[in-house]
Design a protein around this ligand. Structure first.
Ligand SMILES: [Zn+2]
Length: 69
């Protein structure tokens, strides 16, 4: 039960708000290497796609931010 709660907490920390986490750490939570961040703007669909990737291991996150509502 407590293990499950801890896992959910970690999940939300790393994947729930990727942008905030990456801005804080800037380094891979797996191996400590510097993360590579890519911003892709799609003006037709009015969103920004953000992809964070570690080149040293398989750590990888994606997040789509809607800039207009
Ligand atoms: Zn890594």
């Amino acid at each position: 039960m407590s293990n499950k709660s801890l896992r959910v907490e970690n999940f939300e920390r790393f994947y729930g708000s990727v942008t905030d986490v990456i801005k804080q750490i800037e380094n891979c939570p797996n191996c400590g290497a510097k993360l590579t961040m890519t911003h892709l703007s799609d003006h037709d669909n009015l969103y920004v796609h953000e992809e964070v990737r570690c080149l040293e291991c398989s750590f990888e996150t994606e997040e789509t931010l809607h800039v207009l509502n």
